[in-house]
Design a protein around this ligand. Structure first.
Ligand code: NAD
Length: 521
């Protein structure tokens, strides 16, 4: 059915001709308009992105609607076989996909190859398995026409109560740029596994690997119209998609402001909506922790993917008696480990920001901290041969990559809890540190945020660890760890970090309608 040679993945993002993928065919936008994409490492123009509009969205939704009756009635085993082929093709092409991801997004090749790609194929395998076997005994209902939930005596008859999970219809999947292909796979796999069809609108900043995914879907034998991809901006393509009358549910990952708009649009039209939004995540480091481990985890949590992770620990609170030691060790480890440079090099840990706009946003927060009188340090190895210069606000110039959107790994101390730098999501390599005295104060500081996505606690006292973890108001809480992952666990945020839970069985709940069936026998 599929083979690697069927996929014509070029070695460079510059050679991609990105087109919409509608009803199993690649087509230009009806506007014939394209936007420029830029290589974040060099600032040079790379490929062109369709600037699609309502007509393209409407064509895609129609295709998805037409495909729904057959796909939703396709036996789970057949759907699972296609999903497994998608996973195999991602794995077979992972090196090339990772290279394009790195060129398009600026993330390091190592990170794209070791983290993003296996997670992408993992989602397809996971949901292929669960629609056939279920996550647990009780979830095997996804495969059953209905589940007997209760039997009640009613007068002289028996009332049998059953629940049935059915696919919802046509879904809109809207994704951000920090994990361009992964965010699409995270939504697409459960969405189509349970029998929905969909229109995907990836971010206009990083459309390359979502486009390559369309080649994989076709090569894997996914029937036409089941997954349609329309590329373009949020305003021109995203909004018409959310508002389209035939869209039954919207799954969105992105910023809080956009999430609020999408929530209002979808809610006003009575569509199901899942919002996975930003974070301002806290690490709480107690004086009885394993400090080497806490520092190593803290550095990773601050600077992995250049801090462009919704779960990045951008606030780190450290108990006062180990504060100086922690800061000093953190500084040293960052200078040693966070190797800045060409993201395509296997030795690089840390690449550029995704775009000029994102770089300017991050630099703006650094300047704000400086204006507020905070201590701002750029943690770079002074002997790093890659670094040509660094500006007062942390803009890095890297040798051979002078036009790239690089920002130095930045540590801010002496900042107020109420500062915008402490309260707003910067989404870049900027970490704020502050000392605390008591457990109560640590919990209060961590919870003093409009966001509620993730948090971590470091202590060797198990009782305290449990006590503190239970009081933190975030969707995920890690003890002596950060971002350890289990795909069978719920993922999502509280407050401005989102409204729903996805992953594992929670994705199945979101992407299906639950019906109650009562039969008097
Ligand atoms: P964004 O909100 O700017 O854009 C996200 C997507 O929404 C893009 O595809 C964009 O084109 C689209 N969009 C924008 N305006 C729209 C509108 N009016 N109608 C419909 N669609 C619209 O976010 P971003 O800058 O791409 O991503 C960064 C954000 O994503 C950060 O806040 C980060 O924390 C968050 N994020 C959250 C998670 C999570 O799982 N919680 C994961 C990754 C990223």
């Amino acid at each position: 059915m599929s083979n690697m040679s069927a996929l014509n993945i070029p070695a460079s993002v510059n050679d991609l001709k990105i087109q919409n993928y509608i009803n199993g065919q690649w087509c230009p936008p009806t506007t014939s308009k394209y936007m420029n994409s830029f290589d974040p490492a060099t600032g040079q123009q790379s490929c062109a992105i369709p600037d699609s509009n309502y007509t393209d969205i409407d064509n895609a939704v129609r295709a998805a609607k037409a495909a729904f009756p057959v796909w939703s009635n396709t036996p789970p085993e057949e759907r699972a076989a296609i999903l497994n082929r998608v996973a195999d093709l991602i794995d077979q092409n992972a090196d090339k996909l990772a290279m394009i991801e790195s060129q398009d997004q600026g993330k390091t090749i190592v990170s794209a190859r070791v983290a993003d790609m296996p997670l992408c194929s993992g989602y397809f395998r996971q949901f292929a398995r669960c629609i056939v076997e279920g996550f647990t005994e009780s979830q095997s209902r996804m495969n059953a026409p209905c589940t007997l939930t209760a039997v009640t005596k009613v007068e002289n008859s028996i009332l049998q109560s059953n629940t049935q999970h059915v696919p919802s219809g046509v879904a809109a999947l809207i994704t951000p740029w920090n994990f361009p292909m992964l965010m699409v796979c995270e939504k697409l796999a459960p969405c189509i596994a349970v029998g929905n069809t969909c229109v995907v609108k990836p971010t206009e900043l990083t459309s390359a690997t979502p486009y390559l995914l369309t080649m994989i879907l076709q090569a894997a034998g996914l029937p036409k119209g089941v997954a349609n991809f329309v590329f373009g901006t949020g305003v021109n393509a995203g909004e018409p998609l959310v508002k389209h009358k035939d869209i039954r549910l919207v799954s969105f990952t992105g910023g809080c402001e956009t999430g609020a708009k999408i929530g209002a649009m979808a809610g006003g039209l009575i569509k199901r909506v899942s919002l996975e939004l930003g974070g301002k995540n806290a690490n709480l480091v107690f004086n009885d922790c394993n400090i080497e481990h806490a520092v190593a985890t803290g550095v990773r949590a601050a600077f992995q993917n250049q801090g462009e992770i919704c779960l990045s620990a951008s606030r780190q609170y450290i108990q006062r008696d180990i504060y100086e030691k922690y800061v000093q060790m953190f500084r040293q480890m960052t200078m040693k480990e966070v190797c800045v440079g060409n993201p395509a090099s296997p030795n690089t840990y840390y690449g550029p920001m995704v775009s000029q706009k994102q770089m300017e946003k991050v630099l703006g927060y650094i300047r704000l901290a400086q204006e507020e009188g905070a201590k701002v340090e750029f943690m770079l190895n002074p002997n790093d041969p890659n670094v040509k210069s660094i500006s007062k606000d942390g803009k890095l110039t890297i040798k051979g990559f002078e036009g790239g959107y690089y920002v130095a790994p930045t540590l801010i101390t002496g900042i107020k809890q109420s500062s915008r730098v402490m309260q707003e999501e910067i989404f870049g390599p900027v970490v704020c540190m502050m000392p605390f005295d008591t457990e109560e104060e640590a919990i209060m500081l961590a919870n003093d945020s409009q966001y509620g996505l993730g948090s971590s606690v470091f202590t060797q006292d198990k009782t305290k660890l449990n006590r503190v973890m239970r009081q933190l108001n975030t969707g995920s809480v890690w003890g002596n760890s950060w971002m350890s992952w289990d795909d069978n666990m719920p993922f999502g945020g509280m407050g401005c970090s989102g409204t729903t839970r996805e992953h594992g069985p929670w994705s199945l709940e979101f992407y299906t309608e639950t019906k109650a069936l009562y039969t008097l026998v």
